[in-house]
Unconditional design. Structure first.
Length: 187
């Protein structure tokens, strides 16, 4: 996603205040993974089944986004490279196949091939809560997402010995693309 860092003049540029406004396209897959296999356990004091999520390892291509995510919300963000660069204009044809790769420190981490199986995109608006471990206890953050949801089939490849190795050999239960995404994180 492309962040909008419209920070106030007196704000530290390394970590803009919330809320953050994000724009772009989101590819999302859901897997069933035993809790013991997860790289990041649920935040202390939370139950595994709740109307919220805990964000595990996440990679971005922007240093400000990485630093701010760690500082403000306790999200374990690190830097990565992505090919091809994200572009919402690539989705004018709903039948187009999206391919992308992600690398970290010169090593491949993941590769995605996504094909929509539906020509109709459904408008969605939703709120999502994240709960992360923080220095004084759980950090609970609300986000809002808006866009057009299009189901599809995603094929992922993960490095078996990489940080996403817990997904190696697993197939997602469901995959979607959220096009024309407008998100506000930390509202």
């Amino acid at each position: 996603m492309r962040p909008d860092y419209a920070a106030a003049p007196d704000q530290d540029a390394a970590c803009p205040a919330a809320p953050w406004k994000l724009y772009g396209t989101l590819h999302l897959s859901i897997w069933r993974v035993p809790v013991g296999k997860l790289p990041t356990p649920p935040a202390a004091g939370t139950r595994v089944v709740a109307p919220a999520c805990t964000v595990g390892p996440i990679w971005v291509d922007n240093e400000i986004a990485a630093a701010g995510g760690r500082t403000l919300w306790g999200i374990p963000k690190d830097l990565a490279t992505f090919e091809p660069a994200p572009s919402s204009s690539r989705f004018s044809d709903p039948a187009a196949i999206t391919t992308a790769t992600m690398g970290h420190q010169g090593e491949p981490l993941a590769a995605l091939s996504f094909a929509s199986n539906c020509r109709i995109a459904c408008p969605v608006r939703l709120s999502v809560w994240t709960v992360q471990d923080g220095p004084a206890g759980p950090l609970r953050t609300r986000s809002t997402l808006r866009g057009r949801l299009r189901p599809g089939v995603a094929r992922w490849r993960f490095a078996a010995d990489g940080p996403l190795g817990f997904l190696y050999g697993r197939r997602p239960l469901a995959s979607v693309r959220l096009e024309g995404l407008t998100a506000r994180f930390g509202v």
